[in-house]
Design a protein around this ligand. Structure first.
Ligand SMILES: NC(=O)c1ccc[n+]([C@@H]2O[C@H](COP(=O)([O-])OP(=O)(O)OC[C@H]3O[C@@H](n4cnc5c(N)ncnc54)[C@H](OP(=O)(O)O)[C@@H]3O)[C@@H](O)[C@H]2O)c1
Length: 276
């Protein structure tokens, strides 16, 4: 595994296992610097969203990077207020305008908005046939949201981006992971660093010490070894570098299990289990 390792998607395309999240990286210098530093460090996947209001910065850096467009994987997402068939098509056009790229690699439904998500998916399927989008997927879908979608779709989602770290790895999340594995839907782990809220947790610190790594690096490596794609966020150059230095060690099977047992059902972002 290295920074450019790819995961096979269920539509025949590939996605990078490792990348940069840009939630709360402000449009303009902050986001531009973060994406530039990440690309210089060898990151090749950038995860944005209409909500983050930084698609223009992401698109600009990708265009001006001098790296082949085909070698960078760009994701953006449909925001909750844009659900519904026509709104989804319109929102996709707006994101493409902001990104100012010929195509996006992955377009995700940001959240399973109740009552609207099936109509939205029909538009997503149309978008999948548009030359401007390579793959479509979902985010924050738990097992029942996925089962509903799988029973009503022509094109299954290629990716499910969900909050994923050891501290939320309880029964519900495991069930979602199992279903995704069965259906060949790749899990992409968001908030993989638990938003830096667990960096001082003693068992995590002692594992970090054992491997000569930082807590953040243990969390990123854990996600990769679970077979998830992972998108840690930082807007600081030294942390972008640190979070990427996870390809020179391997967590043992026993320690992987120990890390899984850190679960506290702790959610730092949305809790989609509250959405029927
Ligand atoms: N689909 C969704 O609903 C959804 C929801 C949430 C997130 N996401 C995506 O997933 C990405 C990552 O999730 P996230 O941003 O929520 O949280 P995260 O990656 O778990 O944590 C980011 C936080 O940790 C800090 N940090 C980064 N590296 C660190 C390190 N090595 N040591 C200590 N602190 C560190 C960052 O601060 P600095 O920036 O100051 O370094 C930031 O405050 C997002 O950026 C976004 O792209 C998607």
């Amino acid at each position: 595994m290295n920074k450019n390792t790819k995961i096979q998607l269920n539509n025949g395309k590939e996605m990078n296992a490792f990348g940069l999240g840009v939630y709360l990286s402000k449009e303009g210098d902050e986001c531009i610097n973060a994406v530039n530093w990440a690309l210089q460090e060898g990151y090749r996947l950038i995860d944005s969203a209409a909500l983050y209001e930084n698609e223009a910065s992401v698109g600009q850096v990708v265009k001006e990077s001098g790296i082949d467009r085909a070698d960078i994987f760009v994701t953006t997402k449909l925001w909750n207020s844009d659900h519904g068939y026509d709104n989804t098509l319109r929102a996709f056009d707006q994101s493409m305008e902001q990104l100012n790229l010929d195509y996006v690699d992955l377009y995700l439904v940001h959240y399973p908005v109740e009552g609207k998500r099936l109509d939205t998916w029909k538009a997503m399927e149309r978008i999948a046939e548009d030359g401007r989008c390579r793959s479509i997927g979902v985010s924050n879908y738990m097992s029942w949201h996925l089962n509903e979608l799988l029973a009503n779709c022509n094109i299954p989602p290629a990716v499910n981006q969900v909050e994923m770290h050891p501290y939320c790895f309880g029964a519900e999340r495991k069930k979602t992971v199992e279903l995704c594995r069965e259906q060949k839907i790749i899990i992409q782990a968001y908030s993989p660093l638990v938003r830096a809220k667990k960096m001082d947790d003693p068992p995590l610190l002692s594992l970090a010490e054992k491997y000569g790594k930082t807590p953040a690096q243990i969390l990123v490596r854990w996600a990769l070894q679970e077979g998830f794609s992972v998108i840690p966020k930082s807007s600081k150059e030294h942390r972008i570098k640190e979070n990427g230095e996870v390809f020179d060690f391997e967590i043992t099977t026993e320690d992987m299990e120990q890390i899984r047992n850190l679960n506290e059902n702790k959610i730092v972002c949305w809790d989609p289990t509250q959405t029927p």
